[in-house]
Write a protein that binds this ligand. Structure first.
Ligand code: SAH
Ligand code: SF4
Ligand code: F3S
Length: 435
């Protein structure tokens, strides 16, 4: 290989959308070092695994993937292998001890130092929470045309300390990016063809950057950007749903009628043990206020079953809350004890009981999802086309309510925002025709 040949970077992303965003920013930073992305690890000069620590299974995936890289590294010892993300933060040097083929470990707040680490300058392990803001030290977003929908991280970390959750430890304290930086990045994305931006944060509605009055104010400022047609945000905490944000759902046409608002449990006893700091009743009243502001809003949530101490009555309360709200869809997980979190070490619910509860909850949520999707049949929805579908002449995009929608539209292109009449519902998508 000559010096002219670009070096190749393979990135695998696990976990949440913030990791997806971070992977893009790391790819851009490495792009400035002459790396281009490849989707085959076999072709790569550097493999970067951007990891998730939220549940045990997520973290274990890293080690099985590293195991699979062993023959590749044996064949080509100059292959650089890096581990980024939340496992990197949580386990640090331990990763290299357990898997010596790993060359570098970089935590989520130190990505701006990745290029130097890749050059072999600086330490092999960097899990600092530096005083400087990584975003100020990462290169400008790359000057190419972009897909019509993009992520933009506005807030990182979390101060809520839910008893089950690693995020406050892996991502650190809650930090909001300044409004001016966010608005500049959004304008830049729009100039490159982006029409929809999803604002990201572990606790995004707790954003409290300078210059604007809270997260509702940030959304209003973004809505003033010409060409930004759709705004979404995720993930929110119920206790940070301020009045001005609820009002934004009423007033701002660009703010899509969709809200992911994790509740985790419908039992007050369990909510307390989880340190969620609200009751089921408070959540239901909040939903009432949000629906009063935006009656058609699609609500989604996260649930944990089998949290330590959960008994049948608690589970029944969760099912009741789900019945009362009516979710468009939701994620549900079996509790996974995480080292270093307050709930770690508490006596576990019997595994077969937790499995049965998870199945029961998921069956109910699936029924609600199906009903919500079938309720869309016959309606006209806005759809932003993102890419061609599987069939010839087909496009796929997202509805206002974030459903994937397949449409026969041979003349259309990614980035077209069209009206679609919904004709049918499949398990995880809708089908429609141009209206
Ligand atoms: N910041 C977001 C989401 C954090 S992680 C929030 O506050 O809601 C995404 C989801 O993973 C959580 O909502 C929770 O349902 C689930 N989760 C987090 N820790 C978990 C654990 N230890 N076991 C099982 N599920 C967990
Ligand atoms: Fe984790 Fe709770 Fe913070 Fe969400 S609010 S990131 S669940 S600690
Ligand atoms: Fe996972 Fe870290 Fe996101 S633990 S869910 S990648 S913040």
């Amino acid at each position: 290989m000559t010096d002219q040949t670009p070096k190749r970077l393979f990135i695998k992303t696990y976990g949440c959308q913030m990791n997806v965003y971070d992977s893009q920013r790391m790819a851009e930073a490495m792009g400035a070092e002459g790396y281009v992305e490849t989707d085959r690890p076999e072709d790569a000069d550097m493999v970067l695994l951007n990891t998730c620590h939220i549940r045990e299974k997520a973290a274990e995936k890293l080690y099985s993937d590293l195991g699979r890289l062993k023959p590749l590294k044996a064949e080509r010892p100059d292959l650089r292998i890096g581990v980024a993300g939340c496992v990197a933060q949580a386990e640090g040097e331990e990763i290299i001890r357990r898997m010596p083929l790993v060359d570098l470990v970089v935590g989520p707040q130190a990505y701006h130092r990745l290029p130097a680490m890749a050059r072999g300058q600086g330490p092999a392990v960097d899990t600092d929470f530096p005083a400087e803001d990584k975003f100020d030290h990462l290169p400008q977003r790359r000057a190419t045309r972009r897909a019509p929908a993009a992520f933009l991280t506005v807030q990182e970390g979390c101060d809520k300390f839910c008893a089950f959750c690693v995020v406050p430890y892996t991502r650190g304290a809650e930090v909001s990016r300044p409004a001016a930086r966010i608005l500049a990045e959004a304008r830049d994305l729009v100039a490159r063809g982006v029409r929809e931006i999803t604002l990201l944060g572990q606790n995004v509605n707790g954003w409290h950057g300078d210059g604007l009055s809270g997260f509702g104010g940030l959304i209003r400022a973004l809505a003033a950007i010409e060409g930004l047609d759709r705004i979404r945000y995720t993930t929110s905490h119920p206790n940070d749903m301020a009045d001005d944000l609820i009002e934004a759902h009423r007033d701002i046409a660009q703010l899509m009628p969709y809200l992911h608002l994790p509740v985790q449990s419908g039992s007050d006893r369990i909510l307390k043990a989880m340190n969620r700091r609200h009751t089921a009743e408070q959540y239901l009243r909040l939903i009432d206020r949000i629906r009063a502001a935006r009656p058609d809003i699609m609500l989604t949530s996260d649930f944990i079953v089998g949290f330590p101490g959960e008994i049948d009555e608690d589970h029944a309360a969760t099912l009741r809350l789900v019945e009362q709200v009516g979710f468009g869809s939701a994620f549900s997980f079996k509790y996974s004890p995480r080292p270093g979190t307050p709930a770690h070490g508490r006596p576990l619910v019997d595994d077969s009981i937790a499995d049965a509860r998870l199945q029961e909850l998921q069956a109910l949520l699936t029924r609600q999802q199906r009903a919500a999707q079938e309720g869309m049949i016959g309606r006209r929805l806005g759809v932003l086309f993102e890419k061609p579908g599987r069939l010839p002449g087909q496009m796929v995009g997202k509805s206002d309510y974030l459903h994937s929608v397949f449409v026969h539209a041979p003349q259309a292109r990614p980035g077209d925002l069209v009206q679609v009449r919904i004709r049918a519902s499949a398990p995880n998508s809708l089908e429609g025709e141009l209206a």
